[in-house]
Design a protein around this ligand. Structure first.
Ligand code: UDP
Ligand code: MG
Length: 344
């Protein structure tokens, strides 16, 4: 992608003042086997985004954009039914399960609202937080993200996420807000800026911090999932963690370079001493040999670790070079034009 694209999209602002004009909202919701929670979600969204709540914010239309990440239950059928009977929503269906982050990216690629919200389907991102977020947006914030004060659920997972956010923030080349997922609202100019980024392996919550603009946080206590079970298996969490780190930082790579260089030098130096010792005092061999063995074994361990890090980056570079799309859309379901809209 050419540089011109970056410049054009970032320079298409709606300055804060322009938000006084009538605006549209689009809520992007990735769904993967969420049939059990859909009706509850729609009910809570309808309550949270009623015209009397959005009117004072100057928002004239609230549309939903569901991205079905290859569900194997009846999620897609259920949503298509609701849309056919008037729900103001669109449904984008992936050809298979490409992962939550790809679904978020697909939503960002297609969202048309002046302000775009990203939220999970399972009501762990409470719809009631949308109005306070949109108030901040209307007051001039370009990105309003939700920061988790407390989270519930599986202790191991909570600990994992806690460590993950700190690790990514520590390693990242830019300042990343802690305990912040994808849940948040962003102005159209931020969406356009994100869309203009040429990389395929995108980590939306990190890139959202990377693009800059005016960012604000809204705090909340994250509730438990309201129905169904988690769709984030440990393998998916591992991928999220490694993708997040690789997308936002090259520090592990630098550490690997420095580590292997340092140990390489040390090993060479010690081997030199060993040879010199052997030539001058052949009786002094056993101890240096033992030390050399320890050093070489340690060096090996460090190198294996470095290989792991290198592999992680080389693999991702390979994927970027192949330039395969991060997801494939199988079908788009839109509301028929003649159906009278219901508030979402
Ligand atoms: N999700 C998805 N694709 C996946 C896994 C999850 O689109 O492969 C969606 C899921 O339907 C939900 C959101 O991503 O709307 C977060 O997933 P989940 O609540 O299961 O994750 P957790 O909160 O347990 O980490
Ligand atoms: Mg969840």
């Amino acid at each position: 992608m050419s540089r011109a694209v970056h410049t054009v999209s970032v320079q298409s602002p709606h300055p804060g003042a322009a938000r006084e004009q009538p605006r549209t909202l689009e809520v992007v919701i990735p769904v993967y086997n969420e049939a059990e929670v859909i009706d509850l979600l729609l009910e809570r969204l309808a309550g949270a985004l009623s015209p009397d709540k959005l009117g004072p914010l100057g928002i004239t239309r609230a549309r939903l954009l569901f991205v079905d990440d290859g569900s194997t239950d009846e999620t897609a059928e259920l949503l298509a039914e609701r849309i056919a009977s008037g729900l103001d929503a669109r449904l984008v269906r992936f050809s298979r399960n490409f992962g939550h982050q790809s679904a978020v990216c697909a939503g960002l690629d297609r969202a048309e609202g002046d302000v775009v919200v990203i939220m999970d389907a399972d009501l762990q991102d409470p719809p009631e937080l949308l109005v306070p977020m949109l108030e901040r947006w209307r007051a001039g914030a370009d990105v309003v993200f939700a920061r988790r004060r407390r989270r519930r659920g599986n202790v191991l997972k909570r600990l994992g996420y806690w460590g993950f956010y700190r690790m990514v923030a520590f390693l990242s080349d830019i300042r990343l807000p802690l305990d912040t997922g994808d849940f948040g609202a962003m102005d159209r100019r931020v969406v356009l800026a994100l869309r203009s980024l040429p990389e395929r392996l995108r980590f939306p919550r990190g890139l959202r911090a990377w693009v800059g603009f005016r960012q604000e946080a809204v705090e909340f206590d994250r509730p438990e999932r309201q129905a169904g079970t988690t769709k984030y298996a440990w393998s998916k969490l591992y991928r999220l963690a490694t993708d997040g780190i690789a997308a936002m930082s090259t520090r592990p790579l630098q550490a690997a370079q420095i580590g292997s260089f340092f140990f390489g030098l040390l090993t060479l130096g010690f081997l030199g001493m060993l040879v010199t010792g052997y030539l001058t005092r052949p009786s002094s061999i056993p101890t240096p040999f033992l030390l050399a063995y320890v050093l070489i074994a340690t060096g090996n361990a460090v190198q294996s670790f470095c290989l792991y890090i290198l592999g992680a980056y080389v693999g991702r570079t390979y994927l970027e070079v192949k330039a395969r799309p991060p997801y494939l859309v199988m079908e788009v379901v839109e509301r028929p034009p003649d159906v009278e809209g219901s508030p979402s």
